[in-house]
Ligand binder design. Structure first.
Ligand SMILES: Nc1nc2c(c(=O)[nH]1)N[C@H]1C(S)=C(S)[C@@H](COP(=O)(O)O)O[C@H]1N2
Ligand SMILES: [Mo]
Length: 242
């Protein structure tokens, strides 16, 4: 067993809490997908960790990424019908089309992607609009403390504190791996929270609501940390490589 896979360590409290929480939901789709996926992921994780030759590029979802969705099916959105709404404790709530987001200044980051289950994709380029820029444009009120993110899969949610959201390495991402983000990776727009585990990077992003307190997101309600700093949360002790 690979010690990079914290969920496999017997008695690890977070993993067990997550597993029981998932069972408690009784939703077969939610339980089945990750469970069936795990065996393959262990294999892929080992390959990604030990074989630098690019073998993972030949596997489904090449480049080392695993496909994740807690929703059984997700509608497709294009430039014609995509909207991102910013509302809540702001002076100027509004919706953005994809063209409007593309017309704003774009920031490019190249960092490692790290899933909490152990797999990692080093040096992945993401590009998009700094979340801080959208917040400034919306005029965040003084009573605001946090953000709640919603997705057009209808199920997934995420959260950040306002301080976290204002970091320069947090993007509303339009491009990943130097391509427009495709549907499977959460396109046309996903969140990208570079310093945190990849579950914070909500796919199919459709709503940002400014709130007066943190409302834990989907995985956080099932036991994962709200402050998901890579290497400093979820029981991991290793440090990120960049
Ligand atoms: N809407 C949505 N966003 C999501 C998820 C999800 O299930 N639904 N899974 C999260 C997790 S746990 C990971 S590791 C990444 C996976 O992104 P990928 O499918 O592009 O590899 O998306 C994150 N964002
Ligand atoms: Mo993940």
């Amino acid at each position: 067993m690979n010690s990079e896979h914290p969920e496999e360590q017997d008695g690890r409290p977070v993993g067990r809490r997550v597993f029981l929480g998932t069972l408690g939901l009784g939703a077969l789709g939610v339980l089945a997908a990750p469970t069936l996926q795990r065996g393959l992921e262990d294999f892929l994780g080992d390959v990604a960790g030990k074989d630098p030759t690019g073998l993972t590029g030949l596997l489904p979802n090449g480049g080392g990424f695993r496909y994740y969705s807690v929703a059984a099916s997700v509608p497709h959105r294009t430039a014609a019908d995509y909207r991102l709404t910013i509302d809540g404790l702001v002076d100027r709530p509004r919706g953005y089309t994809l063209a409007e987001l593309r017309s704003l200044p774009q920031t490019r980051l190249v960092k490692d992607v790290q899933c909490v289950t152990g797999w990692r994709v080093p040096g992945t380029p993401f590009e998009g609009v700094r979340l801080s820029e959208l917040l400034d444009a919306a005029g965040v009120r003084s009573s605001a403390k946090a953000l709640r993110f919603t997705c057009f899969d209808g199920t997934y949610t995420e959260s950040l504190t306002l301080d976290q959201a204002r970091r320069p390495d947090v993007l509303v991402a339009l491009r990943m791996q130097d391509k427009d983000i495709g549907h499977d990776h959460g396109g046309p727009v996903r969140l990208y929270v570079a310093p945190m585990y990849f579950y914070k990077s909500a796919k199919w992003l459709s709503g940002i609501t400014v709130t007066d307190r943190v409302k834990p997101g989907y995985w956080e309600n099932l036991g994962y940390e709200v402050d998901a700093w890579v290497g400093r949360s979820n029981g991991r002790t290793d440090e990120p490589t960049s």
